[in-house]
Design a protein around this ligand. Structure first.
Ligand SMILES: *[C@@H]1O[C@H](CO)[C@@H](O)[C@H](O)[C@H]1NC(C)=O
Ligand SMILES: *[C@@H]1O[C@H](CO)[C@@H](O)[C@H](O)[C@H]1NC(C)=O
Ligand SMILES: *[C@@H]1O[C@H](CO)[C@@H](O)[C@H](O)[C@H]1NC(C)=O
Length: 169
């Protein structure tokens, strides 16, 4: 073989290696929802959970997480981790004070988000994307928040006894 052919062969091998590597990487790092759909009632709380691949031998280096509510019209960020540290700058005001995470379970590859005082407009698809040295992935679950069966009385609308919950029909 002349040097030119050898060089071409080498380049082919290197390209093949790169392709194989990236395929392996994508296959070994996964993000899963633990439940694909949730049903909840207005004013209640819920815990949304995702799992992602961890290595038993060493913790991940850089960890990036972004979780958002996807609605047909807009995307609302509710949770973000930058280089392993939770950051709140990008959190949409819609969720401010209503999202709590279990920080200590992140190292076990779990994202647990407690969303409190649910509103019907919190309904939609919840996406979490995770990126580490080992790769990246994402998964989506559906949350439906139904109207409260017993809506709290608006203020100054009379005492509950003057307006029965279930009027006679
Ligand atoms: C929801 O969570 C809040 C705190 O985040 C708590 O005060 C409240 O009691 C919880 N409500 C229910 C129905 O679990
Ligand atoms: C994700 O789900 C797949 C299929 O159910 C399972 O084999 C895998 O162990 C899960 N991985 C994680 C990190 O939860
Ligand atoms: C949530 O709502 C969607 C669309 O309205 C519906 O297709 C889906 O079945 C509902 N899921 C649950 C768990 O109620």
């Amino acid at each position: 073989m002349d040097p030119h052919q050898i060089r071409e062969k080498m380049i082919c091998r290197i390209l093949l290696l790169i392709i194989l590597n990236s395929c392996l990487c994508a296959a070994t790092f996964v993000v899963n929802v633990t439940q694909s759909s949730y049903q909840a009632e207005e004013n209640h709380n819920i815990t949304l959970e995702w799992t992602f691949t961890t290595r038993p031998d060493r913790p991940w280096g850089d960890l990036y997480i972004l979780c958002s509510l996807l609605t047909p019209r807009k995307e609302f960020d509710l949770y973000e981790v930058h280089e392993g540290v939770e950051v709140s700058e990008s959190q949409n005001e819609k969720f401010s004070g209503r999202v709590q995470s279990d920080k200590h379970v992140l190292k076990d590859g779990r994202i647990r988000l407690h969303v409190s005082r649910l509103r019907t407009e919190d309904s939609g698809q919840y996406y979490c994307g995770v990126e580490t040295d080992d790769g990246h992935g994402s998964d989506i679950c559906q949350l439906n928040v139904s109207e409260a069966k017993n809506r709290p009385e608006p203020p100054n609308s009379g005492s509950p006894t003057s307006r029965p919950e279930n009027p006679a029909f």
